[in-house]
Design a protein around this ligand. Structure first.
Ligand SMILES: *Cc1c(COP(=O)(O)O)cnc(C)c1O
Length: 397
């Protein structure tokens, strides 16, 4: 047999969807560095520095802060299985796909789950949760900070206070939030939190940063039953990430290099500058889309800077536009999930992807495709509106 197996040749896509997002070239280079042993003293130094950078990004001094080997969903599973024992009561806030996924994960871990529900695109207020907290007396309340399926941004401070007054622990999904907007683990009293490398960290999918505070750690240490997942057992993982360096599973070494470099990039830019950049590019994109008569699905005042979910305008077909973006412009955006399938586009401006080059290129490409569909708008309006936000139009006028 002389069949030849084709070489790998992934096209150079611009990833402007809900993740994975654009990877920074320095992160790709880090992946290609020599693999070390997972107990090599040089690798242990890298782990220590990575832990320090993760704590800085999560804004926490939590001892138990590390990266789970797996994508964001592994982070979700790790947070849930470590805190929940069979029969425990857990309230999960559901206003999109990822809250729904957390319900499934919690049920598999044996939790008695009570769903708190809000319409897609809306967020939870403490008043929404009060009756459920009184009734379910949960051990844990799970909530998604940046709901990537709807583009809604969930405020956490007041909810955290309320959850703690009810005696429960707060578990937060920050998969899309981390690196793109402020996440204040200690100041907001978050007990357990998880994220992923592939959204706002300019890194490929593969690791899930997590952090547990002292209260969560106590709960884990005083469990009556073993954690249902051997692989994700935080106390065993703590022995590898802590001083003892006990072998558990082989760390994905080169993926750790990638996360290390991604965290170094955030560190160099500075958190405030990084969040401001996400906000500015979001505003420019939003101005451009609104100028085309395209509107956001998330509640006003609760829109995510890194994930722009908009309703597909009447008379425009989802398929041809996304296909045109991909095939003619090498741009990927996301379609709608679940209840939003076929009705919504999700445009991600995450990490390295959040740049004005991308905003302007995307709007220009979108205008061309919309015009082909016979959709009426003033040609160039979106570019002018975006440039207005960037402050260029005024200067030239
Ligand atoms: C992407 C995402 C996840 C899942 O992460 P994976 O890396 O796909 O496993 C979980 N929660 C939210 C909010 C996400 O956006």
């Amino acid at each position: 047999m002389t069949t030849r197996i084709p070489e790998l040749s992934p096209p150079p896509r611009l990833l402007l969807g809900p993740g994975p997002s654009a990877v920074h070239p320095r992160v790709l280079e880090a992946l290609a560095k020599p693999t070390l042993g997972h107990l090599d003293p040089e690798y242990l130094k890298i782990m220590d520095r990575m832990q320090r950078m993760l704590r800085d990004l999560f804004r926490t001094e939590n001892e138990l802060t590390f990266a789970v080997s797996g994508t964001g969903s592994a982070g979700m599973e790790a947070a849930v299985v470590n805190l929940i024992e069979p029969g425990d009561s857990m309230v999960v806030c559901v206003n999109g796909v990822f809250g729904g996924r957390m319900v499934d994960v919690a049920e598999r871990a044996g939790a008695q789950v009570t769903r708190a529900e809000r319409p897609w695109g809306e967020v939870f207020t403490p008043e929404d949760l009060a009756p459920l907290l009184a009734q379910a007396k949960p051990k844990v309340v799970g909530i998604v900070m940046a709901e990537t399926s709807t583009g809604a941004s969930q405020p956490l401070e007041e909810i955290s206070r309320q959850v703690h007054e009810a005696g429960a622990m707060l578990l937060v999904d920050a998969v899309t939030a981390l690196g793109g907007m402020p996440v204040e683990v200690d100041a907001w009293g978050i007990d357990a939190i998880y994220s992923g490398t592939q959204k706002c960290l300019s890194c490929p999918p593969g690791l899930a940063p997590v952090s547990f505070n002292a209260r969560a750690l106590d709960v884990i240490r005083s469990r009556r039953t073993k954690v249902r997942s051997w692989y994700l057992d935080a106390s065993m993982l703590a022995s590898y990430w802590g001083k003892d360096r006990v072998y558990h599973h082989t760390a994905p070494i080169n993926m750790s290099y990638a996360l290390y470099e991604a965290l170094r990039l955030v560190h160099e830019e500075g958190l405030t500058a990084c969040f401001d950049r996400h906000q500015r590019n979001h505003q420019a994109l939003a101005a451009g889309l609104e100028a085309l008569g395209i509107h956001f699905t998330a509640q006003e005042g609760h829109r995510l800077p890194m994930l722009n979910a908009v309703s597909i305008p009447k008379g425009v077909e989802d398929g041809p536009v996304r296909k045109g973006l991909l095939e003619r412009f090498d741009i990927e955006i996301g379609g709608g999930l679940g209840a939003f399938a076929g009705k919504v586009w999700r445009i991600g401006l995450m990490g390295h992807g959040s740049r004005q080059n991308n905003v302007l290129l995307f709007l220009a490409a979108l205008e061309q495709l919309l015009a082909e569909q016979g959709y009426g708008f003033d040609a160039g309006a979106s570019i002018a509106a975006a440039n207005g936000v960037y402050g260029r139009t005024e200067r030239q006028a």
